[in-house]
Ligand binder design. Structure first.
Ligand code: PNS
Length: 167
């Protein structure tokens, strides 16, 4: 039986830190569902469709990545898909409390699910979607921190980014 795990997140947008976790997860699992949360409460920079399209493009060489989206509780989605392992990346200590709460809440909601953590690659330790958005919207370059497709979409969407980042 092939080993399956899920990597859930907002991916607004996907970063090279996410890609690093995806690639390393696939050294352990045969297939990885990258599941984009439809999170109405968050102020998203990219639409769900844009986020999914960027993940597709950034992972197009990896046939073991399955991209999906979900609305509502992650615990329900994994139960429906019969997935028992959630993968999450951990950067600094500051991630810990939130991840700790989520892990226990997910486990309370679905006692079959286990969450495992991977330390984010050292190169991407300071990279998260929030800081990428903040810098990019103000025109700062995020080249090298996100897949090229994200830079392209930022250029298309944000004149300020385009003006200051032509290549
Ligand atoms: O990349 P993020 O924003 O840190 O991912 C958080 C995410 C999407 C995994 C989390 O917010 C989530 O699972 N949302 C779905 C709704 C849900 O199940 N909430 C309760 C989690 S305990």
């Amino acid at each position: 039986m092939s080993k399956l795990a899920i990597y859930p997140g907002s991916f607004d947008p996907i970063t090279n830190g996410h890609i690093n976790i995806i690639e390393r997860s696939l050294l352990i699992f045969d297939k990885l569902v990258v599941a984009v949360a439809i999170n109405a409460s968050k102020n998203a920079l990219f639409t769900l469709e844009e986020r999914v399209a960027m993940i597709k493009e950034a992972t197009r060489n990896n046939p073991n990545v399955i991209i999906d989206s979900f609305e509502g509780l992650l615990a329900d989605y994994v139960a429906e898909k019969e997935i028992n392992v959630i993968v999450r990346g951990l950067r600094a200590l500051s991630d810990f409390e939130y991840e700790f709460q989520m892990t226990f809440m997910n486990r309370k909601l679905n006692r079959h699910v286990e969450t495992i953590f991977m330390m984010t690659g050292l190169r991407w330790f300071y990279v998260n979607s929030r800081i990428i958005k903040e810098v990019a919207v103000a025109g700062g370059s995020v080249k090298g921190l996100v897949p090229d497709v994200v830079c392209e979409r930022l250029r298309e969407k944000y004149p300020r980014y385009r003006e200051r980042n032509n290549s």
